[in-house]
Design a protein around this ligand. Structure first.
Ligand code: F6R
Length: 610
């Protein structure tokens, strides 16, 4: 979603801002802009569409400055227009960029109108610009004006502000949306995401909820929510530049699909070093938290939710603990049953998803203290609000469609399952060794699944002209069918639904005819024979089936039934391996349809609004 970058330096910051915005493009956006303080002027350039268009305009208008802010906007309040794009300027004096949503913007707008302020956009952000200006006019300096203004705002925000009255300062504030300060040498930065400034510095301070910051070329002062100066820890980011570059690949999604053997191996590195499941994998005090857990409640959205659904099969079968999985945006508005002995597990690639964050806060407000975050972005909001953390080590995921984050989440959840099982006394030494060995073999099995790509390309050509598709799975492979359908619809725009295969005859069978491709995830497990009889129902109605199975399944092919086999059966970890072919199918179908694979329409990478 929206992205922020700001810089104050003794060099031209315009290339820093543009480069930062390009690195934020992956989050999804529909317009971009920068504002700079140039002598006595606040200059601004904004464009709908790509950052590159805004960059050309800035070059034509000869933009150069030592202080500036930039933004990529994903429209919420007000349509996709240049007037609604950020930065917003008040009285030609100060400029603001903003992520988040101001809930009381209507009241503030009325109040400011009464003070003579005129609004040119439909955004809530323009309210912030005028409000800060209003306080500045009353005699406050820029920092104090911003601090006073944010106390009057309700909602979520990360903001960065520059003013021509104080050209030596870049001020920023955070509440509910991530924001960090980057520390350079004689120059400093602000950004919503470390990838925006990683070329300039890796030394960062993550602002806390309610923090404000006063950033000059030589200094950074941070204040907590009460306005008291506070020291915050300096982190050295390990985001790799390579993970932000496309390299030889055509799309980030393709690159990230192919990175999965490495991502899986990295995610279990500490486990492999130990050679056993230990609570400490989840944090220093995890033994204490996990020991007397009575059940597991998983909360997540989208693909991360499907990872949770998969884990439920493992957790109940292997650890014997009851497990429920709920979409975070539903949980947060329900009068939920709360057992404080249950472990709340949030799953989020970005660690920023607002619904998941709010569901976690809600669970805590209902007395849940045992909280674990499975997350891919270090120091992001959700792990910071959780007692325990397991970081997946997928590396930066840039493609909007989640791929390597999903498989590494599954690996983390399987590790959690075995750890809980051990603490429950349900995992003997031999079984533990067997699971560790299965995990050790997993990167190789994932690579074997990737090697199926040429066969999947051939299938995808048959998919490209279709309007609809049905995905079927059973048991632990049903969530993989859900994930396959989600991947296909979000990047190829083919309408796809997923069902447990046994549910077919209760309704969806009515959809099956020659025009409906049916994808079946059917590895050799206890439900294979059931799936085989379910697909006879499809066959009898003329449906064309595309079956992903494994070497042991003895699945017969025919004109109507196409089969691709993963080379080995990997037992309990089979859903992880079967996630790969459905990702590849969606990717190649989208490619054949010519969609914007990495930035599908209407979608954003990190969903930081409700
Ligand atoms: C789908 C996808 C989304 C995310 C969802 C949650 O490919 O990427 O469904 O999984 O928005 O995002 P995180 O995991 O960042 O909380």
């Amino acid at each position: 979603m929206c992205g922020i970058v700001g810089a104050i330096a003794d060099r031209d910051v315009v290339p820093v801002l543009i480069d930062g915005l390009k690195r934020l493009e992956y989050r999804g956006y529909d317009s971009a802009g920068i504002a700079v303080i140039d002598g006595d002027d606040v200059r601004r350039v904004r464009r709908t569409g790509r950052v590159a268009e805004m960059e050309n305009a800035a070059a034509q208008e000869n933009f150069h400055a030592r202080l500036g802010i930039g933004h990529t906007r994903w429209a919420t309040h007000g349509g996709v227009t240049e007037t609604n794009a950020h930065p917003h300027i008040s009285f030609g004096e100060l400029a603001v960029v903003h992520n988040g949503i101001i809930e009381n913007h209507e009241q503030q707008r009325d109040r400011l109108r009464a003070e003579g302020y005129v609004f040119e956009s439909q955004t809530d952000t323009e309210v912030i610009a005028h409000l800060i200006h209003f306080h500045q006019k009353r005699g406050l300096d820029l920092l104090a004006a911003m601090q006073t203004a944010v106390r009057e705002l309700e909602g979520a925000y990360a903001i960065a502000v520059v003013s021509k009255r104080e050209p030596g300062h870049l001020v920023a504030a955070r509440m509910g949306c991530p924001l960090l300060v980057g520390l350079g040498d004689g120059e400093n930065f602000v950004a919503s995401d470390v990838s925006a400034i990683v070329q300039a510095t890796r030394r960062v301070i993550f602002l806390d909820e309610g923090d404000t910051a006063d950033v000059t070329r030589e200094s950074v002062r941070i204040f907590d929510a009460s306005g008291t100066p506070i020291e915050r820890e300096v982190h050295v980011s390990d985001v790799s530049l390579a993970s932000l570059e496309l390299g030889p690949y055509r799309h980030f999604m393709q690159k990230e699909i192919h990175e999965q053997p490495r991502a899986v191996a990295d995610t279990i590195e500490a486990l492999m070093d130990d050679g056993k499941f230990t609570a400490e994998l989840f944090g220093k005090d995890a033994g204490e938290v996990l020991r007397d857990v009575e059940g597991v409640q998983i909360l997540a959205c989208g693909t991360s939710y499907y990872a949770g659904l998969t884990a439920r099969y493992w957790i109940e079968a292997i650890s014997g603990l009851p497990c429920t999985v709920e979409i975070a945006s539903e949980y947060r508005y329900r009068d939920v049953y709360a057992n404080p002995k249950n472990l709340i597990v949030t799953i989020s690639q970005s660690g920023e998803t607002l619904d998941t964050m709010e569901a976690l806060k809600y669970a805590k407000s209902r007395g849940h203290e045992k909280t674990l975050s499975i997350c891919n972005v270090p120091e992001s909001a959700i792990p910071r609000a959780s007692k325990l953390v397991y970081y997946t080590r997928a590396g930066a995921e840039i493609g909007v469609a989640s791929t390597k984050a999903f498989t590494t989440q599954l690996v983390a959840l399987f590790t959690l399952t075995c750890t809980l099982a051990k603490l429950q006394g349900r995992l003997d030494g031999a079984q533990e060794l067997a699971y560790i060995e299965a995990l050790r073999q997993l990167p190789g099995s994932v690579q074997h699944a990737l090697n199926l790509e040429p066969q999947i390309v051939a299938w995808s050509e048959r998919f490209a002209p279709k309007q609809h598709a049905l995905f079927l799975g059973r048991g632990v492979h049903y969530p993989i069918a859900l994930e396959g359908a989600l991947k296909l619809k979000e990047i190829s725009y083919i309408h796809a639904e997923a069902y447990p295969a046994g549910e077919l005859k209760h309704g969806p069978l009515a959809l099956v005819d020659e025009a409906m491709p049916v994808v079946v995830i059917a590895p050799n497990d206890a439900l294979l024979e059931k799936v085989k009889s379910n697909i006879q129902e499809v066959r009898a109605r003329g449906g064309e089936m595309f079956v992903f199975t494994d070497a042991d399944s003895r699945f017969g092919e025919s004109e109507q039934v196409h089969v691709i086999r993963t080379p080995r059966h990997v037992g309990v970890l089979s859903p992880i391996v079967h996630a790969i072919p459905v990702q590849l199918l969606a990717y190649h179908a989208a490619l054949a349809r010519g969609t914007d694979v990495d930035k599908p329409r209407n979608l954003a990478k990190s969903v930081t609004v409700e």
